[in-house]
Write a protein that binds this ligand. Structure first.
Ligand code: C2E
Ligand code: CA
Ligand code: CA
Length: 414
């Protein structure tokens, strides 16, 4: 569906003038199925009568039920395909509402200032149309499976169908490849490559994760061996689940494994999410302390999304802090995100940790991170996760991209 003609749209706006502007603009875009409401309650009534609409264009500040309350109700009703927030509010409040809309599980097409500009509205609505049609296509062909039985997972473990992709972590100052993060994938014989979010949580709740972790460790050590054999000092990071930290004898076993591969423990970075430190704190602390004692590197992952206190950070000897993607992505356009990154970098450096920014996708965010003194970057801007065999080709391309980055910055500075 290329044109917007078939869309059914509800405009929720208390101001008569703004509402009629919205109506007119929509008409000029070819939309004819337009409905209106002047506050949240009325909008819910309209929806009750109409049934599902494609897009709700919603003001925030309204008398009666305001836009924020309304969006909560709207999410419960499942009567909107997507939402556009139209508001004259300041940037930070709009960001909060954006997060809220995502939390509610609604699809947000975007935010617009008022009065509605025709071009921008058109762009957001066409995004909805094209998503709709691609969804329709996807459902018409065979859908990839996203839930698995314990038996299927066990079988996959026995058949060793899990493989590692590596995502580069590079120095922001020199561009040098410092480390990779090894990310697990399931190479399914019929379904192809399956992402970890589809099987890790299942394995964690069914007691299979330890077997997977063992396999991941052996693969990571083999890959580390490859780096060493090529004379590269690249470290490798692996992800540990919370339950792995309950096993206080794990550090000894891991150390043994490295010794048999003639690898030094500081080459292995163990990434632990902030939230996994919450349950079983005493046991995890013991395991972490023993890992550190044996010489492994510890990295605190997804930092900022959990609840670790300064005290915990101080107690556990982490070498690296990874700022979560949700703060990094779009930092160049958002003062609040920048302030959070700035504070975390200060904290980490004071405690002697290196800072990794995850999820860097744009050059603008790279530049901000460099300015704020971040040490290492990982994200699609540098590279997506890839099989080990593709790493040397990537390195060549990256060297070129990085040198151009440097040149363009020098010319800005001149
Ligand atoms: P994580 O540890 O936070 O890993 C980073 C995730 O962010 C990866 O997703 C990576 O592909 C993705 N990513 C990196 N840069 C960007 C970017 O610029 N933009 C975007 N949009 N995404 C980016 P992936 O590979 O799907 O892994 C998801 C999660 O699965 C990981 O999150 C980790 O928690 C878990 N996981 C992966 N492998 C293992 C494993 O072997 N063991 C355990 N316990 N968990 C694993
Ligand atoms: Ca990680
Ligand atoms: Ca992470």
């Amino acid at each position: 569906m290329d044109s917007l003609e078939g869309l059914r749209i509800l405009v929720v706006e208390d101001n008569d003038f703004q509402r009629s502007v919205a109506h007119q603009v929509l008409q000029t875009l070819g939309v004819s199925d337009i409905h209106q409401a002047s506050d949240g309650l009325q909008a819910l009534k309209v929806l009750e009568e109409l049934g599902k609409v494609d897009v709700v264009i919603c003001d925030l500040d309204m008398p009666g039920m305001d836009g924020i309350q309304f969006l909560g109700e709207l999410a419960k009703s499942s009567l909107a395909g997507a939402v556009i927030v139209a508001s004259a509010m300041e940037e930070s409040l709009i960001r909060t509402v954006e997060d809220l809309v995502h939390e509610h599980g609604l699809t947000l097409l975007g935010t617009l200032s008022k009065p509605l500009a025709r071009k921008k509205l058109q762009a957001l609505l066409s995004q909805y149309s094209s998503e709709e049609s691609s969804e329709a296509l996807a459902t018409s062909s065979e859908k990839p499976k996203d839930t698995w039985s314990v038996k299927e997972l066990e079988e996959a473990l026995v058949k060793k169908q899990f493989i590692l992709y590596h995502q580069p972590k590079v120095s922001i100052a020199t561009g040098k490849l410092e480390a990779t993060e090894a990310l697990c994938r399931w190479l399914h014989p019929e379904q192809g490559l399956i992402m970890p979010d589809c099987f890790i949580p299942l394995m964690e709740s069914n007691g299979l994760i330890e077997v997977l972790t063992e396999q991941v460790i052996s693969m990571a050590l083999a890959d580390l061996g490859d780096f060493q054999a090529n004379g590269q000092k690249t470290k490798v990071g692996i992800n540990l689940s919370a339950s792995t930290l309950n096993d206080t004898s794990m550090p000894d076993r891991l150390f043994e494994q490295l010794s048999t591969h003639h690898l030094s423990p500081e080459l292995l970075m163990l990434e632990i999410t902030e939230s996994s430190l919450i349950d079983q704190p005493a046991k995890s602390l013991e395991t972490l302390a023993r890992l550190k004692m044996k010489g492994f590197m510890l990295s605190i992952d997804d930092f900022g999304t959990g609840y670790s206190s300064m005290k915990q950070l101080n107690r556990i000897p982490f070498s690296e802090l990874k700022i979560d993607r949700s703060f990094v992505d779009g930092a160049s356009e958002d003062r609040t995100r920048r302030a959070i990154i700035d504070a975390n970098i200060g904290l980490a450096h004071t405690l002697g940790m290196k800072v990794v920014a995850e999820g860097v996708e744009q050059v603008a965010d790279w530049n901000i991170l460099e300015e704020l003194g971040c040490d290492i970057v990982q994200g699609y801007f540098v590279a997506k996760p890839m099989p080990l065999s593709e790493l040397s080709d990537w390195q060549r391309e990256w060297q070129h991209k990085f040198s151009q980055l440097d040149d363009s910055q020098q010319s800005v500075g001149q």
